[in-house]
Structure formats: structure tokens, C-alpha cells
Design a protein around this ligand. Structure first.
Ligand code: RIB
Ligand code: CA
Length: 308
């Protein structure tokens, strides 16, 4: 079993990623850390506790993290996609468990040091917690097994701006800092996640399986799919955060290419863009493995098998 920490801004697809990770026989979740992005960090922490309790995993500890970007102001919540509460306005009972007192970055550092070369960190929200962890303990760069980041759009358009993806947009300086830190990164961006779609037919199957969890996921995803249809005429919704979990479970779901990637922090129209050097003779050594192809049918089938 691979030991993982999952850093979330729970979020509809974050909720699905958590459930997929919890039910996968290949992963051991050491803890979940929270950040801002789709919603505030307080809401992300509450949603994470609620979702974990719903799926019977309330014993997994949840560590609250950063409430704002490293240097910028907090951006608007992603209400159109994730609803006012982050879970498509579907209400869950208030959590009975409380979040941990230890902060997210501290937990990342302590766990990575306790299990050298054994922890895979999966970030599916802003990269602020990881940036803070590396700033406080640079040695984790060589102690972590790998960081799998859901973020970026290297060869395709963005979703938050014409060129930038939401998780990188949430804190471009944090993403830039992490990318330059030397930590081993696999980037699971829109290049591949927009090829892994959940459809209305899948939601119908969930409704027919008629459990509390399947109805919760189907109701939540209706809101997500409505937003995709409105904004991009997409018939379904991208399984962004679940694919990052999938890549840890089975790296052969994707094909990744080593590349030098930098994050634009200029504040101009190209702000938060992930710029990959795809030239035959790049100016700098690769710092990121960028996923550009995905076996979407095999991944979606695996996701559907283990998400609940
Ligand atoms: O761009 C998709 C990402 O932004 C996902 O992680 C989603 O949850 C939002 O955070
Ligand atoms: Ca997310």
C-alpha cells in the first residue's frame, strides 16, 4: 500500500477524489490537509470532515492549512462550479469529529520525515501548504517520494482564465516556488483531466444503485455538470482531482513527459500560466513530469469501481 497525504479544497471533485482514495485497496491515507481555492479553508475543512464521515472514514485525521495565498489577496470562491457550500449546495450533517490542532504544513513535514522516501503527497487545491512546508523544512524536498499535483494547463486552454488553471491561479507564487524547489513533481493538468469525463449516464447508474452515498454524489455532480454545460458546452464534468489519485494508484493510466515548467507570476494576461519548455533543446533541465496522454476509458472504469 502506498502511503499518501491528500491536500484538498473540498470541492465536488475533491470529494470524489477522497472517496476514491479511501476505497482504493492500494492506498493508505496518513492524513488529509486542507486549503482554500474552491471555497475558504474553513469550509474546506468542514466539507472534508463531512465527506469522510459520510463514507465511513471519519477516523482519518484532517489538518487545516493556509487561509490565503502567500502574497496575494484571496480570490472569489468558485460558486458556479461547486455551489455556495462547495458541495453543490447538497447539505450533509455537521461533522461530529473536530479538525486536528496541528497545522497542515507541520503535518506534512512531520509525516514525510517519519517515513523517508515513502510518502506521496497529492495536492488538488492551491499549493500554499506545500510551499509553506518546503520553506520551513527544505529537507523534505529529498525525503518525499513524489508530489502529484492536480494543476496547470501546459498544452490546452485554462479554466480560470484563457491560459490558467484554477489551482495554479489560486496561488501562483506558491506554485512557482514549489516548481522551482527541486521536489519531484508529476503534473496532472487539464491536458489530461479534461479527457476523463463523468457523464449524466454515470449519474443515472449511481441513482439506480440507490445508496445514501450514491445519491449524494449524483446530486452534487448535477450542479457540477450544469456549470460545465453552461461555460464550456461540455457533456459531463472533468474528473480532475480523482485522476491525480488515479495516477498514484496506477501511473500507467497516463504518459508523462519530463519538461521544464515555470509559472507566470507577472500579473498580466498570462498570469498563472504553466509554461512548459517543449523544445528539442530546452534552456533548463526538466523539473516536472507533465502528463499529456491518458488512457481515459481504463481510468474511468477503475474510478467507478472504487469511488464508493
Ligand atoms: O481546475 C480544476 C481544479 O480546480 C480542481 O482541483 C477543482 O477542485 C478546483 O480546485
Ligand atoms: Ca480541488
Amino acid at each position: 500500500m502506498k502511503k499518501v497525504i491528500i491536500d484538498v479544497d473540498t470541492g465536488i471533485d475533491d470529494a470524489m477524489a477522497l472517496s476514491y482514495a479511501v476505497h482504493s485497496p492500494d492506498l493508505e491515507i496518513c492524513g488529509v490537509t486542507t486549503t482554500f481555492g474552491n471555497i475558504t479553508v474553513e469550509e474546506a475543512t468542514r466539507n472534508t470532515l463531512q465527506v469522510l464521515e459520510l463514507i465511513g472514514a471519519g477516523e482519518i485525521p484532517v489538518y487545516p492549512g493556509a487561509s490565503k495565498p502567500l502574497v496575494r489577496e484571496l480570490k472569489e470562491k468558485a460558486k458556479l462550479f461547486h455551489g455556495e457550500n462547495g458541495l453543490g449546495n447538497v447539505e450533509l450533517p455537521l461533522p461530529s469529529a473536530a479538525p486536528q490542532v496541528m497545522r497542515a504544513a507541520e503535518f506534512m513535514i512531520a509525516t514525510i520525515k517519519e517515513h523517508p522516501q515513502k510518502i506521496t503527497l497529492i495536492t488538488v487545491g492551491s499549493m500554499t501548504n506545500l510551499a509553506l512546508a518546503i520553506m520551513a523544512a527544505p529537507e523534505i524536498v529529498s525525503l518525499v517520494e513524489r508530489v502529484v499535483v492536480m494543476g496547470g494547463a501546459v498544452t490546452v486552454p485554462g479554466n480560470r482564465t484563457p491560459v490558467a488553471e484554477a489551482n495554479i491561479c489560486a496561488d501562483p507564487e506558491a506554485a512557482s516556488y514549489v516548481f522551482q524547489s527541486g521536489i519531484p513533481i508529476t503534473l496532472v493538468g487539464l491536458d489530461v483531466t479534461m479527457q476523463t469525463l463523468l457523464t449524466r449516464e454515470h449519474l443515472q447508474q449511481w441513482r439506480e444503485s440507490d445508496t445514501k452515498i450514491s445519491h449524494f454524489f449524483a446530486d452534487m455532480c448535477e450542479v457540477y455538470m450544469d456549470a460545465y454545460a453552461k461555460v464550456g458546452n461540455v457533456l459531463g464534468c472533468g474528473l480532475h482531482d480523482p485522476l491525480a489519485v488515479g495516477v498514484v494508484i496506477d501511473p500507467s493510466f497516463v504518459t508523462a513527459y519530463p519538461m521544464h515548467v515555470q509559472v507566470d507570476t507577472s500579473g498580466s494576461a498570462s498570469d498563472a500560466r504553466t509554461i512548459g519548455d517543449r523544445r528539442e533543446q530546452p534552456a533548463s533541465a526538466p523539473n516536472v513530469d507533465v502528463c499529456l496522454e491518458v488512457d481515459h476509458e481504463r481510468f474511468v472504469e477503475h474510478f467507478l469501481k472504487y469511488v464508493m
